[in-house]
Design a protein around this ligand. Structure first.
Ligand SMILES: *Cc1c(COP(=O)(O)O)cnc(C)c1O
Length: 458
């Protein structure tokens, strides 16, 4: 199918009521492309400048287009839709909701505004966004240069699933080492350089401008997973070609929805929706319109939520460090990538809501988490992130357990590493008191074995 989706840029124009000199014949999606303000580099400002979708009856929220299929008034319209002469941006016309759905498309416009990309489309999960983009951009026999520090599922996709099913191969490198990245590139074969803005779970921060330069010189696309740092970092504004998200995390914020997004050029979204050749169209990881409507109501407060996640995580990281704990948080001066993140981050949103604390052994990590959840109610032992409650997990034995021990060690994931997604409910001081109490209880149980060791020594 030919071009069906015009550049879904952030716009300040409201769909209802029409502005005075509005061209009545202009189709709604084209109206969206008319922009009055220059695009803002602040994600909150860009989100607010995106078109506000009203409901069918003037509701302040958009209607949910709960239809799998769409009628046309004339048989010829159907032919034109399939020929690409009509579409969402050409007559506000739709075919079938595995293709474009108006509600899902409206959420995509918000995501495009957030990330500063021309277009975006939302999917049923983060993994489906990632796998579809990689399959679309790389193709059989193609090659990917990927960071060694990746989400476990993405690592498995690149190291096992795609080689087995698509003949795609990947070379994992230290993405900090520009020479190593350049050396891993295979001219003509490497189609994608793939990193996470802030890696899971080690919180290493990618040098996006450098990687964008290397990818461009190699004729490859830089694809960045920005799941850990929405609002805080805008990879596309720093040179990334495509930004992918697990919307299940901070963007949803409710720990109740699995969803994903692909943000990039309109040409990419269109190619992924091609009836004959598009990964999203043919693999079909479609987002439900009801889910899109829920998420669209959460995006406006994402910047506020990220500010508070960051503020709490920054404060806790500093206090834990003062207690003598080994803390990994990119907002701390001693983090290897502190300066890099400071240079890349959008001002005013802090350094993100994720922190890691290394308890040395899995046993001590487990004991601390037990008290944090079951004795003092500081947080919940659960994977995932971006919830209003603090979530904690021991990465080595959970989300990164599919990596082999050697890869885990290379990625810097020690057995006692607790990853925390710092929540924002309750007061900061209430939560900190809970942490201190759980830590004291854990230490009391440390004491007998420490004493036993001491006795043996003398
Ligand atoms: C959770 C996560 C994914 C996978 O997303 P799903 O929505 O669970 O499919 C990908 N990347 C990162 C960094 C994640 O944290």
């Amino acid at each position: 199918m030919a071009h069906v989706l015009a550049a879904a840029e952030p716009i300040s124009m409201l769909k209802r009521p029409p502005p005075p000199n509005d061209d009545e014949k202009a189709p709604p999606v084209n109206k969206a492309a008319r922009r009055r303000d220059p695009p803002s580099s602040d994600p909150a400002a860009a989100l607010a400048a995106a078109r506000h979708e009203f409901g069918e009856h003037g509701g302040v929220n958009m209607s949910i287009e709960a239809s799998a299929t769409f009628t046309v008034m004339e048989p010829d319209t159907m032919r034109k839709l399939f020929a690409g002469e009509l579409g969402p941006d050409r007559g506000d016309l739709y075919i079938y909701s595995r293709h474009f759905n108006p509600t899902v498309l409206a959420l995509g416009r918000q995501m495009a505004a957030l990330e500063g990309t021309e277009a975006a489309y939302c999917t049923a999960s983060g993994m489906s966004a990632i796998s579809s983009v990689l399959m679309q951009l790389v193709g059989a026999g193609g090659h990917v240069v990927a960071s060694r520090c990746l989400y476990g599922g993405t690592h498995a996709l690149l190291s096992r699933f795609l080689p087995r099913t698509s003949g795609v191969t990947a070379t994992f490198v230290d993405a900090d080492d520009e020479d190593a990245v350049r050396a891993a590139v295979r001219p003509g074969e490497t189609k994608v350089v793939y990193v996470e803005t802030m890696s899971n779970p080690t919180l290493a921060v990618a040098d996006i401008p450098m990687l964008a330069r290397v990818a461009r010189e190699a004729g490859a696309k830089l694809v960045v997973d920005n799941t850990f740092t929405p609002v805080v970092v805008s990879p596309a504004r720093l040179g990334a070609d495509v930004v992918v998200h697990s919307v299940s995390k901070f963007i949803s914020g409710g720990a109740d929805i699995i969803a994903g997004a692909i943000c990039g050029p309109a040409s990419l979204v269109n190619s992924m929706m091609d009836l004959q050749d598009g990964a999203l169209m043919l693999l079909g990881p479609t987002m439900n319109a009801k889910v899109a409507s829920e998420l669209a109501a959460r995006l406006p407060h994402l910047p506020l939520r990220m500010q508070e996640h960051s503020r709490r995580a920054g404060e806790f990281a500093a206090r834990m460090q003062r207690m003598g704990l080994r803390v990994v948080y990119p907002g701390l001066q001693d983090h290897t990538h502190h300066g890099r993140l400071r240079a890349m981050a959008n001002p005013g949103y802090g350094f993100g809501g994720m922190l890691c604390v290394d308890m040395g052994t899995e046993e001590r990590a487990a004991r601390l988490m037990h008290h944090l959840q079951n004795t003092t109610q500081f947080g919940l032992m659960a994977v995932s992130l971006g919830y209003y409650e603090t979530l904690m997990s021991c990465s080595g034995s959970s989300t990164s357990s599919e990596m082999d021990p050697n890869d885990r060690a290379l990625a810097g994931i020690s057995p006692g590493l607790i990853r925390m997604s710092v929540g924002y409910n309750g007061t900061l001081e209430q939560r900190w008191a809970q942490f201190e109490r759980a830590f004291a209880l854990m230490q009391q149980q440390d004491a007998p074995s420490a004493a036993a060791k001491y006795c043996k020594a003398i």
